[in-house]
Design a binder for this molecule. Structure first.
Ligand SMILES: Nc1ncnc2c1ncn2[C@@H]1O[C@H](COP(=O)(O)OP(=O)(O)OP(=O)(O)O)[C@@H](O)[C@H]1O
Ligand SMILES: [Mg+2]
Length: 156
């Protein structure tokens, strides 16, 4: 199995999906950064999914969209989650200036919105998360890009 589609009728289901996905990723005990590209149109629910993941792991505070800051970080019991939104990135080179490599060097979880803006500089994804929407409902398709991605899919 290298892809899985799930119907998400409402926001609460999206948040639960995020929690479960984050728990599954932790359960894989990867010895390197786990990289997810969150793909989908404006308002598809990429940040909402991220909120489900981050709060689902126990983070109590607000999860803001990093549209202007490019990245928000969360330390959850020692596990780092980096949430990128590259929508406003003018030039992929900016990623070099912000020290992007350090984020991917740790055993973190990296969630990246608008990854196409960082093409050629970002490392490849382990798992693609594609979100399609119709009114309030969404379809999420998870697509494994390598063995780690498949492991995440299989444990769900
Ligand atoms: N089934 C659903 N799943 C997720 N979000 C939903 C759903 N139904 C409605 N929504 C609403 O859709 C919006 C999704 O916004 P969100 O910021 O998560 O999108 P995004 O993909 O991150 O957009 P952007 O590219 O602008 O950052 C929220 O206002 C959320 O409440
Ligand atoms: Mg967003």
């Amino acid at each position: 199995m290298n892809a899985l589609t799930q119907y998400i009728p409402d926001e609460a289901t999206m948040l639960r999906f995020g929690k479960k996905l984050a728990e599954t990723i932790l359960g894989c005990h990867a010895k390197r950064a786990v990289i997810l590209y969150l793909n989908g149109d404006l308002g598809a629910g990429k940040t909402t999914l991220t909120r489900g993941m981050v709060q689902g792991l126990g983070f109590q505070g607000k999860v803001k969209s990093p549209t202007y800051t490019l990245v928000e970080e969360y330390n959850i019991a020692g596990k780092m989650i980096y949430h990128f939104d590259l929508y406003r990135l003018a030039d992929p080179e900016e990623l070099e200036f912000m020290g992007i490599r350090d984020y991917f060097a740790k055993e973190s979880i990296c969630l990246i919105e608008w990854a196409e803006k960082g093409e050629d500089i970002l490392p490849p994804a382990d798992l693609l998360v594609n979100i399609d929407y119709y009114d309030d409902a969404r379809n999420i398709t998870l697509i494994a890009q390598n063995d780690l991605g498949e492991q995440i899919l299989q444990q769900r």
